[in-house]
Design a protein around this ligand. Structure first.
Ligand SMILES: [Zn+2]
Length: 133
């Protein structure tokens, strides 16, 4: 059975070719523009999450390697869904980074906080510079 064939923007029934998606160029423009805004909004949102995550990691681990309870990160508003890059150790441990601050999950609902080290990837490390630069 034929699906209702309507404009993606205004839902007006469309006549003619079944691959037609819009009544006219205006509907096409409005639809694509809104889709783009959503996409842009997602980027802005994720950027803000990454910035907040970095700030939380920095606050909790100002001097390098620290172990904290996972709950402390969660209560601070840390979002585990997003990170900028990872580092996998030879033994298979994965560190998740939000810029130069990272973490790995440890037993007993704990998290080990670290900062990005030159040996992980010198080029990436160089981006962050020294602490006081
Ligand atoms: Zn339309």
């Amino acid at each position: 059975m034929d699906q209702a064939h309507t404009c993606l923007e205004c839902n007006t029934p469309l006549k003619g070719r079944l691959d037609k998606k819009f009544c006219n160029d205006q509907c096409r423009y409005l639809y694509n523009n809104r889709k783009k805004r959503k996409h842009e909004a997602a980027i802005l949102y994720i950027n803000s999450v990454l910035r907040k995550n970095r700030s939380i990691l920095k606050t909790l681990s100002p001097i390098g390697k620290t172990t904290v309870r996972k709950k402390l990160l969660i209560n601070s508003g840390f979002n585990f869904d997003f990170h900028t890059h990872i580092y996998r150790t030879n033994s298979g441990m994965i560190y998740y980074f939000c810029y130069e601050y990272g973490y790995t999950l440890a037993p007993e609902e704990k998290v080990i906080l670290v900062t990005y080290q030159p040996y992980m990837n010198p080029a990436i490390h160089k981006l962050f510079g020294n602490k006081n630069e």
